[in-house]
Write a protein that binds this ligand. Sequence first.
Ligand code: 5CA
Length: 439
Amino acid sequence: MRLSRYFLPVLKQTPAEAQITSHRLMLRAGMLRQEAAGIYAWLPLGHRVLKKVEQIVREEMDRAGAIELLMPTLQLADLWRESGRYEAYGAEMLRITDRHERELLYGPTNEEMIAEIFRAYVHSYKELPKNLYHIQWKFRDEQRPRFGVMRGREFLMKDAYSFDVDEEKGRASYNQMFVAYLRLFARMGLKAIPMKAESGPIGGELSHEFIVLAQTGESAVFLDKRMLDLAVPGEDVDYRGDLSPIIEAWTRLYAATEDVHDADRYERETEAANRVTARGIEVGQTFFFGDKYSVPMKATVSGPDGVDRPVQMGSYGVGVSRLVGAIIEASHDEAGIIWPEPVAPFGVGIINLRVGDGACDEACETAYAALTAAGKEPLLDDTDERPGGKFAAMDLIGLPWQVIVGPRGLTERMVELKRRASGERRTLPLDEALKAICG
Ligand code: 5CA
């Protein structure tokens, strides 16, 4: 992408309304624009990151055997009356009436709708297990939307739903998702700590919240510091095998939530020497709730004995849009964002310090073509901005690499290569810089 043709409205001033770093940086880096309280337009740079995060989530869901579909944002109120949640959900639900006076709602989650789809088509245990997921916008009319995409009203969520014939198999499906979660957060450069959780309005007894540690997090956590070094299951995890040892190793060290009672319980369960207090951001939550929805909604399957039974369900959410903010909270410095490579909007920034200078333009075009061909998605700053402004903007948007091309260096056939994360700079010939980036 050439910056002169792109749409990247970076702000020089710090926006007054932003209270936390990620919100401030997303506004300054031209990623996001607020359209109403808790409702945002994703500008091109933000949109690229959102799509990368979404794709990692999708790949790990697919790897774990989940199947993607897409359900609508609007749902019929009657569907929610079946489960009893239409009234229970309260003021957070955005209720809508259409021209025929039919009652609808903007979906805050999809347990009811997926149970409705399931019961229409699946009737036998032989078709199980199944795990269906989608990545779709949700709406929750939060009392206090704040911190930008962290607590929005409209937000992008991945929600997966597992269906099994009995509780044991249902728990095995839950464990598969648990491991997939550890992996998908790790792929984004995050360490997400699973904590035993209350299930709230979703219901059920078995639930974990996945928390990314960050100073600005909304949840206070008490955790065993050994968790910080616990390995994340690698590529070799066999989802068909028994995952309980991995779950065991993690849940043995789970932390408690801000609930004081949990903190008390935790006190008893762990040695004080290993305990640390921290703050964190909830980037995902998993639930196993058995027949909570399948009983009222009559989603049943016949078992091997020919007898019908309610299907055993779990649900698994990831806050896709919240993750973009969480990654920034976990990875930034005074100058701006530091994107982990897998989610960076562009892989490399090329800075042309003197646009119009034949040698500079040519070296930049060479770099641009080679990096594009290598799949590194370069962003070429070919604008007339002053060098100082170019450096500041490039640091702010946080691409992993910068290639800086100026007339002085080029007289000795040299460019500068900067690593955004460490700040390390090297002066070297262009082809060597390209080799260093492409590996
Ligand atoms: N049906 C279940 C799982 S699919 C569910 O809705 N779970 S949830 O309520 O925990 O939401 C899943 C994830 O969405 C949360 O872990 C969080 O990361 C994200 N999320 C929830 N509310 C918001 C919000 N207001 N703004 C941004 N992200 C949110």
